[in-house]
Design a binder for this molecule. Structure first.
Ligand code: FE
Ligand code: ZN
Length: 257
């Protein structure tokens, strides 16, 4: 499987899943139609389905214009209002795209939004704005407890799984990760790699979950270092897990680098 990033808006990624043996693709989170239509034309690709992770405009606003040219099914979360959705998905459902010889599994990942879903399979995870490279989404509609349980589900996938998220945020996220864990040597090492990619104008996404577990503070809420930093930020001792996640999410909301 070949995954093509289509940069959109200011820092979004729309992902095209392409089975190299054919010309067909699935489109993940089209927040904009123009760059997708351009890429399809450029590479002579034909879309067979649209998959969305949550209802935010920067993930769905391109759907209508894509459908005008390609009448294809639109998969999306059952618990959110998604215009033009033809297939409502929830935890345990699967998306079969025989044209791509692709099956993706669905899991509910509330937290960023109330009904967000993620898709995984074939060693890939499309997480939308729930799990980011080196970070996690803001809690717009959900609670820290929901985000904690959503992230725990995603973190349980095999370590070699490649994380494809909805935005290019790695650099800023790593600056925050370093503030939380100044002693974690993996963070500056990853930062160097990420900077080099950005200097060449390349995406820093995807990243394997193993790297995430070593450097992403939101997946490290049980680590002593992260617990101590979070407790210091909160001004009181915090229990591992949800309390630590809530504190560092709050911390990051006010963090600038
Ligand atoms: Fe979002
Ligand atoms: Zn987004």
């Amino acid at each position: 499987m070949d995954i093509i990033p289509v940069p959109a808006l200011s820092d979004n990624y729309i992902w095209l899943i392409h089975n190299e043996t054919g010309d067909q693709v699935a489109i993940i989170d089209p927040g904009e139609a123009t760059p997708v239509l351009r890429k399809l034309k450029e590479d002579n690709l034909r879309p067979v389905a649209i998959l969305v992770t949550h209802h935010h405009p920067d993930h769905v606003n391109g759907i209508a214009a894509l459908l005008e040219q390609y009448p294809i099914p639109v998969f999306g979360p059952a618990n959110e209002r998604i215009r033009h959705r033809t297939h409502a998905l929830r935890e345990g459902d699967q998306v079969d795209l025989p044209e791509l010889e692709l099956t993706l599994y669905v899991c509910d990942v509330p937290g960023h939004t109330a009904g967000a879903i993620a898709y995984y399979g074939h060693n890939m995870l499309f997480s939308g704005d729930t799990l980011f490279t080196a970070g996690c989404g803001k809690l717009f509609e959900g609670t820290a407890a929901q985000m904690y349980s959503s992230l725990s589900k995603l973190a349980a996938l095999p370590g070699e799984t490649l994380l494809y998220c909805g935005h290019e945020y790695t650099c800023n996220n790593l600056a925050f990760a370093r503030a939380v864990e100044p002693g974690n040597v993996q963070i500056p090492a990853r930062m160097d790699k990420v900077r080099r990619l950005r200097e060449q104008g390349l995406p820093t996404v995807p990243a394997p979950l193993t790297i995430e577990k070593e450097t992403n503070p939101f997946l490290r809420t049980h680590q002593q270092t992260v617990m101590e930093a979070a407790s210091q930020f909160a001004g009181k001792p915090l229990a591992e897990g949800v309390e630590v996640l809530a504190a560092i999410r709050h911390w990051k909301d006010h963090f600038s680098c």
